[in-house]
Structure formats: C-alpha cells, structure tokens
Design a protein around this ligand. Structure first.
Ligand SMILES: [Zn+2]
Length: 212
C-alpha cells in the first residue's frame, strides 16, 4: 500500500513529472480483463486528455498487485476498483429504471483533491446491463471485458481530470460532464458504438461520476 501523505504531497507540482497510475482491485479479476483495463486506461490518457493539462507528463498505468518491490515513482495516482469488474452475468436480470450512485469519486483533504480514484465496477455493470442492445456483447467474455474496460477507463479519465486540474468543475458535454449514461461510458469504443444508439428503449438510467 502506498503512503498517502507522501504521494499527496507529490502531486501539486507533479503534473509534468512522470506519473505512475497504480490500479488495485477488491476482487480477483481475469487476466484478460486486467490487460484490457491497463491498456485502455493508458490509451484514454494518451488520446483524450485535454492538451491544456496534458503537459509533458509521461503516464504509465500498472497493476498494483504486480508492482515490483522497491519501485520508485516521482508521482503516482492510485485507482481502486470496487465490486464486480468481471461483470458476471446474472441468470435473471432485473433491469432497473433508475441507477443512482457514484460511478467514480476522488478523495479530498482540506479542499485538496488527492490522487486517489475510486471506481464502482458493480454500478458500471448495472448501467451497462440496463441497455438491452448490449446484452449479446456482454454474454461474450472477450467483448464483455472490453466493454467493461472502456467504461472503467472513461470513469478513470473523468476522475483523473479532477485531480489534474484540482477542480470540481463539470462540463455539459464530454468526459467532464457530471452524469454518465451508457453512451458516455462507451464513447470511442469501436465494437459497441452501433449498439449504444438510443433506439432500443428510452433509458432513464444515469449514473454519477463525481468528485466528492
Ligand atoms: Zn466529476
């Protein structure tokens, strides 16, 4: 586990330093899912960080439980995945009309946003499952892991931006909006783009991705 104070102190001046994003999961995750999450989070950071805050920082995303002992990092962000990220399919699926709660959140201390991101995989799963057009994709393990990984990477980028900008601000569109629906979660996911159009059923489900 990483010493919180040391890394929090690193951050304010650390955005142009090489940053290591260390991902931890509450539960065992499939190796393929791990691979997808690490690569897609890295890809989101590379492609969707607004240029104004990207700086020159090199960001590396690694798996916390396989971190080499004694590794030294200049600046780090810890990401904690909670709940069921494997997105186990349930035999009977009750589709909730409203899904509420925070998809992701950050920690703060005396007004500072700390470099700790929490992501609720179970809630992301509920949101994805609420979309009937996605159920076929979710039944296939390869697609399921990719869909989950895209969604996790998207929530991560949202929270990362709170940390990087030290701001609670939300925009009306894009990755910094305050509420995500399935389309927001899968923005840029090529294999599911056709399945996320709003033509299958009206959906009221909107999770929250918020910095608290
Ligand atoms: Zn937010």
């Amino acid at each position: 586990m990483i010493a919180r104070s040391a890394h929090a102190a690193d951050l304010t001046s650390g955005l142009d330093k090489p940053t290591t994003v260390v991902v931890f999961s509450d539960r065992r995750m499939e190796p393929q899912l791990w691979g997808d999450i690490l690569s897609l989070a890295q890809q989101e950071l590379a492609t969707d960080r607004p240029p104004a805050i990207s700086g020159s920082a090199i960001i590396t995303v690694i798996r916390g439980d396989q971190m080499p002992l004694g590794i030294k990092v200049e600046s780090s962000i810890s990401v904690y995945l909670h709940g069921d990220c494997n997105l186990a399919l349930r035999s009977s699926i009750a589709l909730p009309h409203h899904i509420t709660g925070a998809l992701g959140w950050v920690e703060r201390d005396h007004g500072r946003i700390l470099p700790f991101v929490h992501i609720d995989c179970s809630l992301i799963g509920d949101l994805l499952r609420s979309r009937p057009a996605l159920l076929a994709a979710l039944a296939d393990p390869t697609q399921r892991f990719q869909v989950m990984s895209y969604a996790i990477a998207r929530v991560f980028l949202h929270e990362y931006l709170h940390i990087a900008t030290q701001s609670d601000a939300h925009a009306r569109y894009g990755v910094t909006k305050s509420e995500f629906d399935v389309k927001d979660l899968l923005a840029g996911a090529p294999m599911t783009a056709a399945n996320t159009e709003d033509n299958d059923r009206p959906h009221a489900a909107a999770g929250r991705a918020m910095g608290r």
